[in-house]
Write a protein that binds this ligand. Sequence first.
Ligand code: UDP
Length: 469
Amino acid sequence: MAKTTHIAIVSSPGYTHLVPIIEFSKRLIKHHQNFHVTCIVPSLGPPPESSKAYLKTLPSNIDTILLPPISKEQLPQGVHPAILIQLTITLSLPSIHEALKSLCSKAPLTALVVDVFAFQALEYAKEFNALSYFYFPSSAMILSLLIHAPKLDEEVSGEYKDLTEPIRLPGCVPVMGVDLPDPAQDRSSEIYNHFVERAKAMVTADGILINTFLEMEPGAIRALQEFENGKIRLYPVGPITQKGASNEADESDKCLRWLDKQPPCSVLYVSFGSGGTLSQNQINELASGLELSSQRFLWVLRAPNNSASAAYLEASKEDPLQFLPSGFLERTKEKGLVVASWAPQVQVLGHNSVGGFLSHCGWNSTLESVQEGVPLITWPLFAEQRMNAVMLTDGLKVALRPKFNEDGIVEKEEIAKVIKCLMDGEEGIGMRERMGNLKDSAASALKDGSSSQTLSQLASQWECFSGNC
Ligand code: UDP
């Protein structure tokens, strides 16, 4: 009988960094049964209920070690969520090391796979004679930016956002400096330094597993594989998405039952990820825009906040529906449904009455939309979402991007215009067709195509390393 191959995984705090790396583990053990995965989970404050519920559903050959949470009091107040995530990992390093030591005392470790924020943990691989990998939960285009960041840092003077020409990353659609991820918007910031440091660590690993697939990003993936004569071993294994988790069974049922009553392809699903928020002013404009468009909609609403990522690590307890313009729910009751904070997104996108997705373009939402063949309206808020929006609109041409005015607001007329164009216009038809093709490519990549073959190759390399050739 083949020996068991042991893999350890280190996630980073936040539901949307935990789920994709564990879904990757599930896929690995489903197709390669002699693997055992231990997932080491750092957290900022007690792990959220959604994460705990999700971890309870794992099969027996995936173990989890929940590390002692880092308390919020140990961290600075009012800083960007990316800094909080990074600091949580830094403070968790001793317990990550302890967890690895205890694992290795029971069985030799073949590979250590760390989420991109947990890059400092990668150095432990050597100590425990294991191979080292990054799990990159975003696009190849973002990875390309990261890989080229040290060079860009040397070559470009001033802020990227002031550049008048787009940045051309090999094999990627050109991107303006203003659309680069948050950390690259202020080069004097601490978060930018972390960004460049992470970039340097990436190329030292034995490989990078990435949640994308060849047919979606052929240019970027090939260019990365050719970078400095194959310096990076890239393993595109996506699209890996969750199969649908829900926080509130009643609310989930409500959404799906309402969708059952709508005509095919008629509903615009509106959602800003697990924690994206809009200002009160923007909520008012969006409500008016939805109303003006006369299209059907399912809107996942959160209480307003002027900082778009405010609810990412900590949700507001206020009832969001009280922040809608007066009379809105009554006036739109024949056309729309507004739900508080959370909807069963994967099931919603897979429902045949959903025909469009107004999204903040988080990478998981993007991949879920691709897997269900739903074209998008892009409404990026923070992190790397603007770059995802550029890929979806200018590159893949499966999305429309509304214009923000100089105060950073999308006005109601603009909202209504893009909604009508996507849901009811010629342009929308072309987008839906292209998205349909991408959906088919995603399914084949996972079934027996590019991503499935890549995962098998990787699994064989790991088995060989553990003496199971
Ligand atoms: N999600 C969901 N219901 C919601 C909002 C989000 O199920 O109402 C899930 C969504 O399916 C996706 C994840 O939360 O898997 C959001 O991840 P993404 O990378 O798109 O954005 P982030 O939350 O990291 O900003």
